[in-house]
Every structure is written in structure tokens, then in C-alpha cells.
Design a binder for this molecule. Structure first.
Ligand SMILES: NC(=O)c1ccc[n+]([C@@H]2O[C@H](COP(=O)([O-])OP(=O)(O)OC[C@H]3O[C@@H](n4cnc5c(N)ncnc54)[C@H](O)[C@@H]3O)[C@@H](O)[C@H]2O)c1
Length: 327
């Protein structure tokens, strides 16, 4: 263990405090009213943001403003959306007019100010704490005072992100924006995976939770609620599994193909852990392991040496053409 007994007790107290807040928010949820989301914003048009925008447009049938600071990412994302919709039409999963309507509800832009009329925004920029905080500080200023401010973070505390909605010298008990912050952690690929993990921070109001649950359900998703604890549920369980597979690779226990084949054929999952890591993005996997290791303090969450090397080489998986495999 890298962690001292005192640090370990502190970590345990932290997790227990989150669990108490979680239980009480579940109690109040029964009384909370979900608000209607008539217009959605998405920040970040990468693999997750674009998927969220597309499914919201297609299933919840709401107009979606898609913001990215890179025109190239917007163009690439919308080209993926067009390809996916064409595939659905050719397989007769949707009609051509449904696909056209879905596409027409997506409005790409590079301007954050275009989020000034949305009822809810879902942020899906890279898993970098400082970046998410900057975006949330902006969203609190730009979005209407009723808008739900959601993040697709894989592992970063929503309590920490919500705090960024309060400008530095302001009263931390003023929850006018922070009570509207929540995590809606969609699974990849969003058009296929049904699961979405919903996480409240200490500041999140029951009405925000009710709205997030209702909107994700209208997107055809099956929400699960978890506490604001590092990695939440999905990545607390998934990432150590992927990391252990990388440690098996770097210590010579097995080759890439064998590691993936035994887990795929032995546990009935569609892809093995290394192929899944390539698909998620090795930069994202490393960021999540760093959050787990840094915040839980247990050496069992130490990122694999090979994982860090791969990210340093720029071989971050399928999105760049090279990870544990070539694409
Ligand atoms: N990849 C996965 O499997 C997965 C699954 C669940 C959750 N997530 C989380 O979703 C988030 C996004 O992940 P991704 O895989 O889609 O990343 P990605 O790298 O594919 O996309 C990120 C997008 O954000 C844009 N961006 C960067 N800075 C921006 C800014 N300041 N303003 C607007 N746009 C900006 C980039 O141009 C890019 O298009 C991360 O928090 C990640 O942890 C990822």
C-alpha cells in the first residue's frame, strides 16, 4: 500500500459522507418534479458528445446545439452522424424522413454563447479536471438560470465540478448554479449501450436529479444512480480490470490476442479488455486510473507502466489508428 493508515481512514470517511448524501438525495427524489427539456446543448463533439447529441435528437426528439472549439472535430463528428444515420436507413431501423429530421435538429457551432437558450447541457470534453472546471464556470454564466448543467465525466467528482460554477470570491452556500450540476455518465458507444450512470454532487438538488433521470429515460436509456465516489460504479469496476490486463501484457503473462480471447470467450463479452481500452481511448483510461489512484490512495489502482508509455507515445487507441492493435 502506498497510503498511510491515516490517509486510508480519511478516504473511508470521505466515501461514507458521499454515501450518506446519496441516500438522502434518493429519499428526496420521490418528492421532486422533473422539468421538461425542450432544447439540449452538448459541449464536445468527440465520440461521446456526438453520440449523446445524436441519440437525444433521434429518441428524445429535441433540437441539440453541439459546441466544439475545433471546427475539424465538428465536421468529423457530423460526418460520423451522417454515416450512422445512413446505415440505420439502409438496415430499415429508421425511415429516411426520420433520419433527415434527426439530422436537421443538430446545430453545430464553435460558439459557447449559442448555449444561451438551452434547458439542459451535457459537457463531453476530455477528462481533464481544469478543462471541465473552466467549461462549468462558463456554462453557469451563459446558460439560462434554470438549465441543468450535466457532465459526462468518467471519474471526476461532480461535487468538485459543481463548485466551479461559483466564481472564486462568492459564497459557497449560494447554490443557484451548483444545485443544477449533475453527472450523466453515458456508456460508449452511446447509440448502442443502454446504460447511463447518474451521479449527484453534495450541491445537486433532487429536482436536478429527477430531470436528468427523466431526460435520459426519454433518450431510451436505462439509468442507474451511484454516489459521488472516484470512478463512480462503472469505472471503479471496469478500469482496474482493464489495467490488470495491461499489467498481464507488460509482465509477459499473455500476449494481446490471448488476453482478449480468454476474456471474450470466457466471460461472454463482445470484446476483450485491451480491445475495449483501445475503443475507449488509452488517454481516457489513464486519466481515470489516475483519479482512482490519487483519490482512493490504494496502490491497487496504480496505472500500468505500459498504459502511461502508450499515452506518451501518442498511441491512444482506435481514434488515432494505433493502440494495442492497429486500425
Ligand atoms: N471514450 C469513452 O469510452 C467514454 C465513455 C464514457 C465517458 N467518457 C467521458 O466523456 C468525455 C469525452 O470523452 P470522448 O471519448 O468523447 O473524448 P474525445 O477526445 O473523443 O472528444 C472530446 C471533444 O471535446 C472537444 N473539446 C476539447 N476542448 C474543448 C473546449 N474547450 N470546448 C469545446 N470542445 C472542446 C474536442 O475537440 C473533442 O472533439 C470525457 O470526460 C470521458 O472521460 C468517455
Amino acid at each position: 500500500m502506498l497510503v498511510s493508515p491515516i490517509a486510508s481512514r480519511v478516504a473511508t470517511r470521505y466515501v461514507c459522507a458521499q454515501c450518506r448524501a446519496f441516500s438522502s438525495s434518493r429519499r428526496s427524489l420521490a418528492e421532486a418534479q422533473a422539468a421538461e427539456v425542450k432544447r439540449l446543448g452538448v459541449v464536445g463533439a468527440g465520440q461521446m458528445g456526438l453520440g449523446i447529441a445524436l441519440v437525444a435528437s433521434r429518441m428524445a426528439r429535441v433540437p441539440v446545439v453541439v459546441v466544439d472549439n475545433s471546427q475539424k472535430s465538428l465536421d468529423k463528428g457530423l460526418a460520423v452522424a451522417d454515416k450512422l444515420l445512413a446505415k440505420h436507413v439502409s438496415k430499415q431501423k429508421v425511415t429516411q424522413s426520420d433520419a433527415d429530421e434527426t439530422r436537421s435538429r443538430l446545430t453545430p457551432t464553435t460558439k459557447m454563447d449559442d448555449l444561451s437558450t438551452v434547458d439542459m447541457v451535457i459537457e463531453a470534453v476530455p477528462e481533464i479536471v481544469a478543462l471541465k472546471k473552466t467549461i462549468f464556470a462558463q456554462l453557469a454564466q451563459i446558460c439560462p438560470p434554470h438549465a441543468i448543467l450535466a457532465t459526462n465525466t468518467s471519474s471526476i467528482s461532480i461535487t468538485q465540478i459543481a463548485r466551479a460554477t461559483q466564481p472564486p470570491d462568492t459564497d459557497p452556500t449560494d447554490l443557484s448554479a451548483a444545485s443544477r450540476a449533475i453527472s450523466t455518465h453515458f456508456m460508449n458507444p452511446v447509440p448502442i449501450q443502454k446504460g447511463v450512470e447518474i451521479i449527484s454532487g453534495l450541491q445537486t438538488s433532487p429536482a436536478t436529479l429527477a430531470t436528468a433521470l427523466a431526460f435520459c429515460t426519454s433518450m431510451g436509456k436505462i439509468p442507474s444512480v451511484s454516489a459521488d465516489s472516484p470512478g463512480f460504479l462503472a469505472n471503479r469496476i471496469l478500469m482496474p480490470y482493464i489495467n490488470e490486463a495491461i499489467i498481464c501484457l507488460e509482465t509477459g503473462v499473455g500476449k494481446e490476442e490471448d488476453i482478449d480471447a480468454i476474456m471474450k470467450n470466457g466471460t461472454n463479452v463482445p470484446m476483450g479488455p485491451l480491445q475495449l481500452a483501445d475503443f475507449i481511448g488509452l488517454d481516457t483510461c489513464l486519466s481515470i486510473m489516475e483519479v482512482l489512484h490519487g483519490q482512493l490512495g490504494d496502490s491497487k489502482y496504480r496505472p500500468a507502466v505500459r498504459l502511461r508509455l502508450m499515452v506518451e507515445a501518442g498511441w491512444v487507441g482506435k481514434k488515432c489508428g494505433r493502440g494495442f492493435y492497429r486500425y
